[in-house]
Design a protein around this ligand. Structure first.
Ligand SMILES: NC(=O)c1ccc[n+]([C@@H]2O[C@H](COP(=O)([O-])OP(=O)(O)OC[C@H]3O[C@@H](n4cnc5c(N)ncnc54)[C@H](OP(=O)(O)O)[C@@H]3O)[C@@H](O)[C@H]2O)c1
Length: 258
């Protein structure tokens, strides 16, 4: 059985990946495994899709959730994972002193540990033509004050994805780190804004989930390792490669003040 595993499928990018893969003609999955905490949202999505879905309503920051997914993979006979899309993630806007130890640990657990552990578990069930998409962010290209820990988690995802792409290339498995700029129509920004709008109050030229998803799926099919799906993420990637971190951080102050 060919499957697609999509984490963060209850909203935003994850849900949009499920919708666009459902319509795709190429590399189709027989079943989607949809993962997030809100069961009712996953069920609503499953109802609208043509592809049969299996729902995993679980908190990916717990060992039990990742173990349950691993167990489900191992229990299937002839399982072939055609798509693994790790889109579950969250961030917090604000100074380092506004981040509680619990939230910091949860962010590292979800954005880094869960994505890496699930990916490692899935690789043995993949073969030539399979695709892994790790949803990073252009925040991962450099340090981002007042979004500091989030940016650091995305740096890890980006670096891990790039090395994994190199290691898996001989097997014909593609790995793409998706690095968008702000997206205006997902739940991410509302959840991240904890600082009474003091930082990143306006998000000029924010992109949309549909555009990020269609461009990143095209990048994955082309075997690209890093996808910057909008103009500002591409500009950031170029500037971060050319300029020192301190200069980028000073320039990013302007974005806080907009
Ligand atoms: N939106 C942006 O501006 C932006 C920009 C660059 C990168 N990104 C990245 O894109 C990815 C998707 O974000 P989004 O914009 O689509 O935001 P979103 O709408 O908030 O989606 C986040 C998803 O993660 C799931 N999730 C959160 N905590 C979880 C947990 N503990 N266990 C399992 N699932 C959990 C949420 O579902 P439940 O609440 O139901 O669990 C939700 O489905 C994230 O990794 C984010 O860092 C977003």
């Amino acid at each position: 059985m060919n499957i697609a595993i999509i984490t963060g499928a209850s909203s935003g990018l994850g849900r949009e990946y499920a919708r666009q893969l459902d319509l795709a003609m190429e590399n189709r999955a027989d079943e989607f495994w949809l993962v997030a905490r809100r069961q009712e949202k996953l069920e609503a999505l499953a109802d609208e899709l043509i592809t049969p879905c299996r729902i995993f309503a679980c908190d990916l920051t717990t060992n039990e959730a990742v173990n349950a997914l691993h167990g489900a993979m191992a229990a299937e006979h002839d399982l072939e994972i055609r798509w693994l899309i790790c889109a579950a993630g969250f961030g917090r806007i604000g100074g380092y002193d506004e981040l509680t130890p619990g939230t910091a640990a949860q962010m590292i657990n979800l954005n880094c540990c869960a994505a890496v552990t699930l990916t490692q578990a899935a690789i043995p069930f993949m073969s030539a033509g399979s695709h892994i998409l790790e949803i990073a962010s252009c925040a991962g290209f450099q340090p981002v004050p007042y979004l500091g820990l989030y940016a650091a988690t995305k740096s890890l995802v980006l670096s891990y994805s790039r090395s994994l792409a190199y290691e898996l290339a001989p097997q014909g498995i593609s790995v793409t780190a998706v690095c968008p700029y702000w997206i205006r129509d997902t739940e991410f920004v509302g959840r991240a804004q904890q600082s009474h709008g003091r930082y990143f109050r306006h998000l000029p030229l924010a992109t949309t989930a549909a555009s990020v998803v269609s461009r990143s799926l095209a990048s994955a099919r082309l075997g690209r390792t890093t996808c910057t799906p909008d103009a500002l993420s591409l500009l950031d990637r170029i500037l971060a490669a050319l300029l020192p971190d301190w200069l980028i951080m000073k320039a990013s102050r302007l974005l806080h003040l907009l």
